[in-house]
Design a protein around this ligand. Structure first.
Ligand code: MN
Length: 228
C-alpha cells in the first residue's frame, strides 16, 4: 500500500505487568451513570438504558502525561471513570454473557470542555467538541481479567493537587458493566480494542494550568497527569 503521507501509529495503552500493548479501536463513553453526578449536572437519575457518546481512539494518552490546557474552553473539567477494555467481537450480547467480552479494566479520565457541553445541551447539538477533543481520554495500563478478575465494587477517587475532589464506589453505577456492554452491542458491533468509559461519580470540577490529577480505582492503577 502506498499512502500519500506516513501512516500514524495505532493508538494503544499498556497492558499492566507485561511488555504488551492494547491497540485501541474505539472509545465509547456512558453519560450520567452515577445518581449523584446526574443530579449535579441538573438531570434526573432515573433507571433507564444507558446513553453513549464517543471520543476518537487517538484521544488516549498514557499515565504520567503532561497535557496542554485544551483549546477553546474556559471551563475544563475532570471526570474519573472505570474503563472496560473489550477483547472479543459481538453484537446483541446478553448481560449474562457480557463479561466474557471483557479483556480487562483500567482507570480513565473523561476530560470535558464543560462550557461547550453546556452550550451543546442548550441547543440540542452533538457533544463532539465538548468530549472528543485532543488528549481527552487519559487511560492507565489495562489490567487483564486474568490478573484482577471482574470488578463489581471498589472505591473510585480523584484528587487534584492532593485534595480529594471525587469519591464514589463503582457498585453505585446506575447501569452495571454487563448492562452497559449489552446495551452498547445493540447499537454497535463491539470489537477487541474498544474502550468503554463507564461514567463518573459526583464532584466534577474545573482544572487550571499546573494542576496535578491523581485518579484511583481500587484494585487497579493510579492514573496521574499534569495540566501544563
Ligand atoms: Mn464521563
Amino acid at each position: 500500500m502506498n499512502y500519500v503521507f506516513e501512516m500514524r501509529e495505532i493508538p494503544a495503552v499498556a497492558v499492566a505487568g507485561t511488555e504488551d500493548s492494547f491497540p485501541v479501536h474505539r472509545i465509547y463513553c456512558v453519560g450520567q451513570n452515577y445518581a449523584k453526578h446526574a443530579r449535579e449536572m441538573g438531570a434526573n437519575p432515573e433507571r433507564e438504558a444507558p446513553f453513549f457518546f464517543s471520543k476518537p481512539a487517538d484521544a488516549v494518552c498514557p499515565e504520567g502525561a503532561r497535557l496542554p490546557y485544551p483549546l477553546a474552553t474556559e471551563n475544563f473539567h475532570h471526570e474519573i471513570e472505570l474503563v472496560v477494555a473489550i477483547g472479543k467481537k459481538g453484537t446483541h450480547v446478553s448481560a449474562s454473557e457480557a463479561l466474557d467480552y471483557v479483556f480487562g479494566y483500567a482507570v480513565g479520565f473523561d476530560l470535558t470542555r464543560r462550557d461547550l457541553q453546556g452550550e451543546a445541551k442548550k441547543k440540542g447539538r452533538p457533544w463532539a467538541t465538548a468530549k472528543g477533543f485532543d488528549n481527552s481520554a487519559p487511560c492507565s495500563a489495562v489490567h487483564s481479567v486474568g490478573e484482577v478478575g471482574h470488578l463489581e465494587r471498589g472505591k473510585i477517587t480523584l484528587s487534584v493537587n492532593g485534595e480529594l475532589r471525587q469519591q464514589g464506589d463503582i457498585s453505585e453505577m446506575i447501569c452495571s458493566v454487563p448492562e452497559i456492554i449489552s446495551s452498547l452491542s445493540s447499537f454497535f458491533e463491539i470489537c477487541p480494542g474498544d474502550l468503554i468509559f463507564t461514567g463518573t461519580p459526583s464532584g466534577v470540577g474545573p482544572l487550571k494550568r499546573g494542576d496535578s490529577l491523581e485518579g484511583e480505582v481500587e484494585n487497579l492503577d493510579r492514573l496521574h497527569i499534569t495540566i501544563v
